[in-house]
Structures are given as structure tokens and as C-alpha cells.
Design a protein around this ligand. Structure first.
Ligand code: SF4
Ligand code: SF4
Length: 448
């Protein structure tokens, strides 16, 4: 299928500003620069309420399959697997014939959390454990979110990333899954696409309820790696948990952790064999100096999935945040496990691993999400925001440098910020037609 040489495909993917659409925003071209054995399309969307990956595969089916073939050809992979959860099995049924014609396989994973973790997918599909702290490339695999794969197909056609699939749900009038211009204000999306919010003091969780963050304000822009906007009342359990200050969770954890170790027993990375033991990290709250640093090493491979804090801990403590702080301490002191330690500590996956996965239904009931478990059907709107804000640090790596001036006219798709060729990163593009109305060190604002 691929007619362009691999180098040109990689170049186009970079020039189109394609970054991971389902996670940290890693520049995708970098993953295409090497040859691998396995390509995995991650449609396992395990965060509650989100349906944007499902809709990406349904609405952009041809581009998805074409993008997957491009990734296979560029990386010279021998196997290609589309990974979905059981709730999306009907979607892959719909494209199974075309997928089979291309030689793509399908993995249908149970409706558990965190099925979309690439460490888990790589293990399930290849039988190999990614080395602690490593990336799938270390075991000959590339994992891309399904929306990223659609963006790769478009990039090869010369189309930059200017739009984003999003599920907008929770306390809104009309939950919806849709496509919005990158950089649109959260408040505009809620008002114009979901009928507005239905709670007097809305708080918006972006990305996901388990791993996503809390938007600082309704004026924050939609970014290329966001999966959804979930509106909750300010007194919702999850909002309270996610906005607790460090002083509070540290003080409570210090006083109340009884070392039951349930956080470790249910930790998805621990049961996959990695040396991560959050209950031992909790002990560091009672320590100082070198003892604290040594204890913090048990947090090094935490993926911040939040199972320990939001599901496992019977005391509702926050081992995940304690682990995040411990990882920061390790970085500040340049500490990490030695190769010799890892040889001893890195194990085979736990024999009862499957029995300890968290059913999605449990998340709904435990996190008070059942009232929001409503359909969020796909709808494409003929709507353009009045203005967009495009952050220059929109991806992992070097931030883009603006190449436009205040007052410049731009058209949708124009490059407005670039990253030097020798740096990790990719350009950013105008997502609407308009004029540059503000330019700061952090972002470019365009007004129609
Ligand atoms: S589950 Fe909670 S109480 Fe038990 S060890 Fe972990 S943090 Fe402490
Ligand atoms: S957030 Fe908790 S459960 Fe998840 S990887 Fe980190 S320690 Fe383990």
C-alpha cells in the first residue's frame, strides 16, 4: 500500500504535528524511525465514560486501516494487532473482514482497568515484558493509539493535525462524542457541543477519570492528547480526591497507613512483575534522608494509574500521589535502581494476575460514576470557535518556537510554530482561519 519511502513518511508525520492522541503526547514520528516486529493499535480505551477511540474507529475506519498499514510498512513489522476492549468488540467485528485482508489480528480484552496500558498490551500480545522504565521498542513493538493512526494516514496525505476526537460527558445536557479544533476553549466546547453544564460549580476532568488531570479553568484549551472532557460537581468524590493538597494527603497518609499492602497487591505494574510496591513507598512518610531515598525506589516504575489510591486502599489514602512525589525526589537526586538490583527484583508476572484486574463496573460503582454512564453518541458539528489557544509545549520534547507575529493572518493548517530538526518535537498548526491576537512564551492565540 505504501508508495512513499519510509523516510518521507516519517518526515510527513513530523511535519503534520502528529503526537500520541491518547497519552502524554509523544511525537509519533520518533516511533516510526525504527524497525520492529509488532505493531499494536491501541483501541483499548479503558478510562470510564470515554468513547472517542470507539468513534475514531467507526467514523474514520478507512483512514484507520490505511494508517495501520502505513505503520506496518514503515516499521517492517511482521504482526499487526488491533487491541480493543470487549465493549468495543462490535467495532472490530465491523472491520474484521478488511483487517483480515490486510493480515491484521484482533485482541479483544476484558472490560477491565487499565487494559490500555501499553505494558499490559505488549505483554498480552507478544508475551514479552517491557524492561522496567523502558518503552515498547525495547521488545520490538510499537504501540499507537487508534486516533494517532488515523492522523498518520492523514499526515501522509499532507493533512496536519488540527482536530481532536473528544467525548464530552458527565454533568452536561447532551453527552456527545465529537471532533473539535485543537485549542478550542473547554467552556466553548461544553456550551456549543454538549448543551452546557448542569451543575452550578463545574469541575472538568480532562483525559480520563483515573489518570487524567483536573483542568485549571474552563478557559483551558483542548490539546492534541486529550481524550475527553468529563464535567463533575465540585463536591464529587473524584474531584475531592484529585484536588487534595500535598500537605493533606501526606499528613493523612503519614497517620493512617496501616501497611495492609492492598495497594501493592492490586497494583497492575506490581502484578505484571515490576519492582513497584506502593505500601513500601508509604513507609517513607515516616523517614528522612537516605532511608527515604532508598524507600522511594519502590515508586520508580509507577505508571500513575491510580488503582492504589482510588480502588485498592481501604483507608482512601493516596499512595499514587505519594509515589509521584517519591519519583520527583528520585529525579532530583539522580537515583534509580541499579542493573544488579533489577536482575533480582524484576519478576515473572504474578500467577493470579488476571484475577486482580479491576472490572470497569467496579470503577463505576466505587467512583460514583453510575449516573454519568449515559450514551455519548457521535455527532459532527458545523461549529468553529471564535478563538483558539495553541500551547507551544504541546508535546513531549522541545516546545515549538512561534514563527508568526501578533496581527498575522493565518489559515487553518498553516504552520505557526516549529521545532528544530535535531530536537525531539514537531510543528504546531493553526486550527482555524483567523488572526494571531496574542503571542506569549507559552501559547499562540488565534481569533477568527
Ligand atoms: S492500601 Fe492504604 S492503608 Fe494499605 S498499605 Fe496501601 S496505603 Fe497503606
Ligand atoms: S498508581 Fe499505584 S497502582 Fe498504579 S502503578 Fe502506581 S503504585 Fe501501582
Amino acid at each position: 500500500m505504501m508508495t512513499l519511502p519510509a523516510k518521507q513518511v516519517v518526515r510527513r508525520v513530523r511535519e503534520a504535528g502528529v503526537v500520541g492522541a491518547g497519552g502524554a503526547g509523544f511525537p509519533t514520528y520518533k516511533k516510526l524511525e525504527t524497525q520492529v516486529q509488532h505493531v499494536i493499535a491501541n483501541g483499548a480505551e479503558c478510562e470510564p465514560l470515554l468513547q472517542k477511540d470507539r468513534q475514531t474507529m467507526l467514523q474514520d475506519r478507512a483512514a484507520f486501516l490505511r494508517g495501520l498499514a502505513i505503520v506496518r510498512d514503515v516499521t517492517r513489522a511482521q504482526t499487526v494487532t488491533i487491541a480493543v476492549k470487549r465493549k468495543n468488540a462490535d467495532v472490530v467485528e465491523g472491520l474484521r473482514q478488511d483487517a483480515q485482508a490486510e493480515g491484521f489480528e484482533v485482541l479483544v480484552y476484558d472490560d477491565v482497568y487499565p487494559a490500555g496500558d501499553e505494558y499490559i498490551l505488549v505483554y498480552e500480545i507478544t508475551g514479552r515484558q517491557i524492561p522496567p522504565g523502558g518503552i515498547p521498542l525495547a521488545v520490538g513493538a510499537v504501540v499507537d493509539n487508534v486516533e494517532t493512526i488515523v492522523n498518520i494516514a492523514r499526515a501522509v496525505d499532507g493533512q496536519p493535525v488540527t482536530e481532536k476526537y473528544l467525548t464530552i460527558c458527565g454533568e452536561v445536557r447532551r453527552p456527545v462524542t465529537t471532533v473539535v479544533p485543537v485549542g478550542a476553549r473547554i467552556a466553548d466546547c461544553l456550551e456549543h457541543l454538549a448543551g452546557g453544564w448542569t451543575t452550578p460549580d463545574p469541575v472538568v476532568l480532562t483525559g480520563g477519570l483515573m489518570m487524567g488531570g483536573v483542568a485549571r479553568s474552563l478557559s483551558d484549551p483542548v490539546t492534541k492528547n486529550m481524550g475527553g472532557l468529563i464535567v463533575l460537581p465540585s463536591d464529587h468524590y473524584l474531584v475531592r480526591r484529585k484536588t487534595q493538597t500535598r500537605e493533606t494527603y501526606t499528613r493523612i497518609g503519614h497517620g493512617q497507613c496501616d501497611q495492609c499492602s492492598l495497594c501493592t497487591e492490586l497494583c497492575p505494574r506490581y502484578i505484571l512483575g515490576y519492582p513497584i510496591e506502593p505500601h513500601r513507598v508509604m513507609r517513607t512518610l515516616l523517614m528522612t534522608g537516605e532511608a527515604r531515598q532508598r524507600g522511594s525506589l519502590w515508586a520508580q516504575y509507577c505508571c500513575e494509574c491510580n488503582v492504589c489510591s482510588l480502588i485498592a486502599c481501604p483507608e482512601q489514602l493516596d499512595p499514587k500521589s505519594i509515589c509521584v512525589d517519591a519519583k520527583r525526589l528520585l529525579r532530583e537526586h539522580g537515583l534509580g535502581r541499579t542493573a544488579a538490583e533489577l536482575r533480582t527484583l524484576f519478576r515473572e508476572p504474578h500467577p493470579v494476575r488476571k484475577g486482580r484486574e479491576i472490572p470497569i463496573k467496579t470503577l463505576y460503582t466505587r467512583l460514583g460514576l453510575t449516573p454519568y454512564d449515559r450514551p455519548a453518541p457521535f455527532q459532527r458539528f458545523d461549529w468553529q470557535p471564535q478563538s483558539v489557544t495553541l500551547p507551544l509545549a504541546a508535546h513531549v520534547g522541545a516546545p515549538a518556537q512561534a514563527i508568526v507575529q501578533s496581527g498575522d493572518r493565518v489559515r487553518r493548517g498553516d504552520v505557526i510554530g516549529t521545532v528544530a530538526d535535531d530536537q525531539l518535537g514537531c510543528p504546531i498548526h493553526a486550527s482555524i482561519d483567523g488572526r494571531v491576537t496574542a503571542l506569549t512564551q507559552q501559547a499562540i492565540e488565534i481569533t477568527a
